[in-house]
Design a protein around this ligand. Structure first.
Ligand code: ADQ
Length: 467
């Protein structure tokens, strides 16, 4: 069988079987690479004064890892610049935060070119190549320029935005054209596929071929939705682990007579943290009896702290939480517990299980794995309730969650009231349906589906698989 080469900005393989510090996605990709004896290629996370193109090869838990260092200027323009100050905000509908500097785009293209040149000697004729996420959209074009004819697929982990947002980018055409160098382009949702097609048909006069593919720029590609999942089996195991149980017991001991609501997100403006806190404030305001009974545990590890918009958000959150706690706390009660740190997956499973409800309220999100992890951590006899934003890709599949508009404090407040008063039969019914989806569409199904379709020499028409 042909080898698989995974390309992503950061390379993060587990160090061993019981490594609970690594995310579920990294575990799933590492498992695929072990199965197909492949290579994981990307940035080392280190910068040097000058780019050397030197490959660092390592074996980590059965996976061959190949990394390259970046030049400091590359890192600023490609990573902090085009990826995180241009594409990330724009693709999350934040035109107000989008930087349109030309130098960022140049740095982005340069790094993709350098990645392609560094990867080239490792590619064998039968390998299939799977490129991940918005940092690396031009990778296939750069590899093709170097003569690579292998099958190359791309998966976008974040939303593809509406046509009118894409065209605010000064160089939107080359960016979209770059996607046509892939054999398969995967999105999280059917909505993203349609938005992409909307651009292709209306902006550049592209067309659908008879076999369901897309043609534009004199090229052909195939676009389809592959909703990502979590490693549900692994979560079923870790939620029973001694560490998860210890965390659960500790939280329950401190929350007698109190109901805990949880939020877990990277500290990012796309996650709707401010709106969530304002919704929780509204809930406390409207429900005096809840004031000593309900607390929100918000875990938000600091992310992309070199980018100003993230520093600003952090400052605003500190102020907002201070205000709410100042107004509603008592000598032995704090409504919001706020933690800027990371936890292991088994610890998070214990936290989720101890929470009567989860607030997953992004303003935009490709999928949102926390929603799925929360469900997978519940016990069938006393499950908690998931409150989920309609703007998370996950809302397309998780219809039995309480679906809300995160911009509305009233909807958040009402959903909390409903979740915390929901009878056990309704909670079980909703949980069973959600859990069924989380188990069926897990990360292994996602990965195997994508790889199988990428291998296929003659593509079949795009499938619609949202439910
Ligand atoms: P993210 O924006 O990072 O991912 P999400 O899908 O929620 O968002 O994944 C976050 C992951 O980080 C989860 O596995 C979560 O458990 C973990 N995490 C969050 N806070 C943590 C903490 N304090 N400690 C430890 N772990 C923590 C991007 C897209 C999403 C898409 C994923 C996968 O933005 O829309 O679902 O990729 O495709």
């Amino acid at each position: 069988m042909s080898r698989l080469i995974v390309v992503s900005n950061r390379v993060n393989p587990p160090t061993g079987k019981g490594d609970e510090s690594v995310g579920g996605l990294a575990m799933a990709l590492a498992a695929a690479l072990r199965e197909y004896s492949g290579i994981w290629f990307g940035w080392s996370g280190k910068t040097t004064t000058e780019f050397t193109g030197q490959l660092n090869m390592q074996k980590a838990d059965g996976v061959t890892v190949a990394t390259v260092d970046l030049e400091e200027g590359d890192y600023q323009e490609y990573y902090n610049g085009y990826a995180n100050k241009t594409l990330w905000p724009l693709f999350h509908y934040r035109v107000d935060l989008t930087a349109y500097d030309r130098s960022f785009g140049e740095g982005y293209d340069r790094v993709n070119r350098r990645f392609a040149q560094t990867l080239l000697p490792l590619i064998e004729p039968d390998d299939i190549i799977w490129v991940h996420d918005y940092h690396l959209i031009p990778m296939a074009r750069e590899l093709r320029r170097l003569g690579v004819t292998n099958r190359i697929g791309f998966f976008l982990h974040i939303p593809w935005p509406a046509h009118q947002l894409v065209v605010t980018l000064p160089r939107h055409r080359p960016l979209v054209e770059a996607l046509f160098h892939y054999d398969l382009v995967g999105f999280q949702t059917e909505e993203s596929v349609q938005a992409f097609e909307g651009y292709v048909f209306n902006e550049v006069g592209g067309e659908r071929t008879e076999d369901g593919r897309l043609t534009a720029f004199g090229q052909v590609t195939r676009a389809a939705a592959f909703p990502i999942g979590i490693d549900a089996e692994d979560f079923a195991r870790i939620k029973e682990s001694p560490r998860a149980t210890r965390v659960y017991d500790r939280l329950m001991a401190h929350s007698v007579f109190r109901k805990m609501v949880v939020g877990v997100d990277r500290l990012d403006y796309s996650k709707g943290l401010e709106e969530r806190l304002i919704g929780f404030e509204r809930f406390l305001h409207d429900n005096p009896q809840a004031r000593r009974e309900v607390m929100l545990l918000q875990i938000a590890p600091i992310s992309r702290d070199e980018v100003e918009a993230y520093q600003d958000l952090r400052g605003r959150l500190d102020g907002l939480i201070g205000r709410i706690n100042g107004a509603y706390a008592d000598m032995d009660y704090n409504p919001i517990r706020y933690l800027n740190r990371s936890y292991r997956r088994d610890e998070l499973a214990g936290v989720y299980r101890a929470s009567k409800a989860a607030l997953v309220t992004p303003l935009r999100d490709g999928m949102n794995l926390v929603a799925k992890e929360y469900v997978a951590s519940q016990t069938p006899y006393d499950p908690g309730v998931l409150i989920l934003s309609r703007f998370a890709g996950a809302a397309r599949q998780m219809k039995e969650a309480l679906i809300i508009n995160p911009n509305s404090p009233e909807e958040i407040s009402d959903a909390l009231t409903r979740a915390l008063n929901m009878d056990i039969d309704e909670r079980r019914r909703r949980f069973e349906s959600l859990m069924d989806n989380v188990t069926r569409q897990d990360v292994t199904a996602w990965r195997d589906d994508f790889v199988a379709q990428l291998r296929e020499p003659t593509p079949t028409p795009a499938l619609t698989r949202q439910d």
